[in-house]
Design a protein around this ligand. Structure first.
Ligand SMILES: NC(=O)NCCC[C@H](N)C(=O)O
Length: 258
């Protein structure tokens, strides 16, 4: 059944200690990050999404990046097992949240690793980035979980950035948008539009023509507006310092049964 709920998780007070892998560490202003997170969740609500707060995980610096902890396909939640050990404790509250929303819950098991940021769904096609956080066993477990439900899983090499969705996401019509210098295998995507800014590669489809995007990608916003979309910019600068982006701050639940 169509639903418009989005899981979000309040930033932990220790957010500034979050992991950085492909960028230089910069000081994070946690108060500013909280204000940005509030504006982000407000933008979701303003466009008809009911935000569901997962219990905070105050000891987990990266817990605000809730997208990495779970992958949804229809009503089935696959609880991730991060390639970064320091992030594994984040899944507990998320399991409870998705179970209480009536989802069927599966888990990625050792030796598999998977971060939700490596999974891009376009219709029934599920692209899975195989990179620093997601290994081959993780990709196999996504196949095992979702192919029986009708998914077609496509594995994508990811070496230049943290996650597949650091490099590409998709417009409402399924066109993949990406920043080519950050991509390892652009030819894997059948319909592809390059964008001029790294953070322009991150869109959250809010419904209709509306695209939630980072304020740091004004040229890409212009490009999308020129194609008939309505960009909704939000400042996620403090999260960008930790390799986060607009997609990783929520998990949209579009096919709940309840
Ligand atoms: N899906 C995402 O883009 N997640 C961002 C995670 C950033 C966090 N600092 C990490 O390295 O795990």
């Amino acid at each position: 059944m169509p639903s418009k709920k989005a899981l979000v998780r309040r930033p932990a007070p220790c957010l500034a200690e979050g992991l950085v892998t492909h960028v230089e560490r910069e000081e994070v202003d946690v108060d500013r990050a909280v204000r940005q997170w509030e504006a982000y969740t407000e933008a979701l609500r303003a466009h008809g999404w009911e935000t569901v707060e997962v219990d905070p995980a105050d000891d987990c610096p990266d817990s605000v990046f809730v997208e990495d902890t779970v992958v949804m396909f229809r009503n089935v939640a696959l609880i991730a097992r991060s390639g970064a050990e320091s992030r594994r404790a984040e899944t507990l509250g998320v399991e409870e949240a998705v179970a209480s929303l009536g989802c069927s819950v599966n888990w990625v098991w050792e030796p598999g690793t998977l971060d939700g940021g490596d999974v891009l769904k376009i219709g029934d096609t599920v692209y899975v980035g195989r990179g620093g956080r997601t290994n081959a066993a993780g990709v196999q477990q996504v196949r095992a979980a979702f192919e029986p439900l009708g998914a077609r899983v496509v594995a994508v090499p990811v070496a230049k950035v943290l996650h597949l969705k650091s490099a590409v996401t998709a417009l409402p019509d399924g066109t993949v948008v990406g920043h080519i210098p950050h991509m390892d295998a652009p030819s894997l995507f059948p319909r592809f539009l390059p964008v001029p800014e790294p953070s322009g590669a991150h869109v959250v489809c809010l419904g209709g023509d509306k695209l939630l995007m980072a304020a740091s990608a004004p040229k890409t916003a212009e490009l999308f507006a020129d194609l008939g979309y309505e960009p909704v910019p939000v400042d996620v600068g403090e999260f960008e310092k930790l390799e986060g982006c607009v997609t990783c701050l929520s998990v949209r639940l579009r096919d709940l049964y309840a």
